[in-house]
Design a protein around this ligand. Structure first.
Ligand code: FE2
Length: 297
């Protein structure tokens, strides 16, 4: 159609979106045009602002590489990633779920570690942390033979791939749950960390007077055929940013029972006080086991 006035653009774009033969693509693109055009009208977007917005979207891509994903950071900083997560899990957002954000730092092929082993691979500061966990199904029945990836930031606030001081795959490991659904490992107590602020996301946070911190958390990705892949983060309630996560990831179900111990460890003689323990139950939902694409290599 020949465009006569601004309303015609939406009519023309909508008509084209209708042509997709895939019904889901049609549904998504129709809604996208409806809301995008509505947004532009709502804020009366200026030409200068539109040019700036295009530059920002391009920059999000340019800043993303094998070890950093600015797009994922932005999605979390806008609350989109947690919304997608909660809409798609826990009975479509109606019940609590162990599911959380994947985040930008999961890597494929974490090294295998024996149950009870350590994931500390290079000299890492911080108090010792002993994690015991159980993988169960919806009814609380143990899931044996689940493959569990765990990863977390070091106490300096960096993942090993961000930090040349740490050994390759430091604070990452792959476990297999036992017959009772249990796995356990030793690490160091994690602390909260700021997300990278040297890009677009950093400029946004500054403009909104927001701090860049994520509360201390332990990541896990659990794979077992017959179950939806469980992507989880367990948070430390003692963290000062527990209720102001820059990525909006903290839900009640994800708050862990991190316990500080000031007495000597009963078995590990090299552990000084204080040390910490965490016991957590990961609940998997029945479904198709599809691994996500790793955000970094
Ligand atoms: Fe993280």
């Amino acid at each position: 159609m020949i465009i006569a006035r601004e309303q015609d653009v939406t009519v023309a774009a909508t008509a084209v979106m209708e042509r997709a033969s895939d019904p889901r693509l049609r549904e998504i693109m129709l809604s996208l045009v409806k809301h995008l055009h509505g947004f532009v009208r709502d804020v009366r977007l200026t030409e200068a602002e539109f040019r700036e917005a295009c530059a920002i979207v391009a920059e999000l891509g340019q800043l993303s590489n094998d070890s950093h994903n600015e797009v994922v950071l932005m999605a979390g900083s806008l609350g989109v990633s947690p919304l997608v997560c909660l809409l798609n899990n826990g009975d479509e957002g109606n019940t609590e779920t162990s599911q959380s954000l994947l985040g930008p730092f999961w890597r494929l092929n974490s090294p295998r570690v024996e149950n009870g082993g350590s994931i500390v691979r290079s000299d890492t500061p911080g108090a010792a942390l002993f994690v015991t966990a159980r993988v169960v199904d919806h009814a609380g029945k143990p899931i044996a033979g689940a493959e569990v990836d765990v990863w977390h930031a070091s106490p300096v606030g960096l993942y090993e791939n961000q930090d040349p001081e740490q050994a390759e795959m430091n604070l990452r490991g792959k476990f297999t749950s036992g017959a009772d659904g249990r796995f356990a490992f030793r690490s160091v107590m994690m602390v909260g960390y700021p997300i990278p602020t040297n890009g677009v996301v950093g400029r946004l946070l500054k403009a909104q007077s927001r701090h860049p911190y994520r509360p201390a958390h332990l990541h896990a990705l659990i794979y077992k055929p017959g179950f939806k892949v469980l992507i989880s983060q367990v948070y430390d309630p003692a963290d000062p940013h527990i209720d102001s996560d820059v990525q909006f990831g903290v839900t009640k179900a994800l708050i862990g029972d991190f316990v500080r111990h000031d007495e000597p460890h009963p078995t590990a003689t090299d552990v000084g006080a204080p040390w910490y323990s965490l016991d957590y139950i990961y609940k998997m939902e029945t479904g198709e086991a599809v691994l996500p694409r790793p955000p970094i290599k």
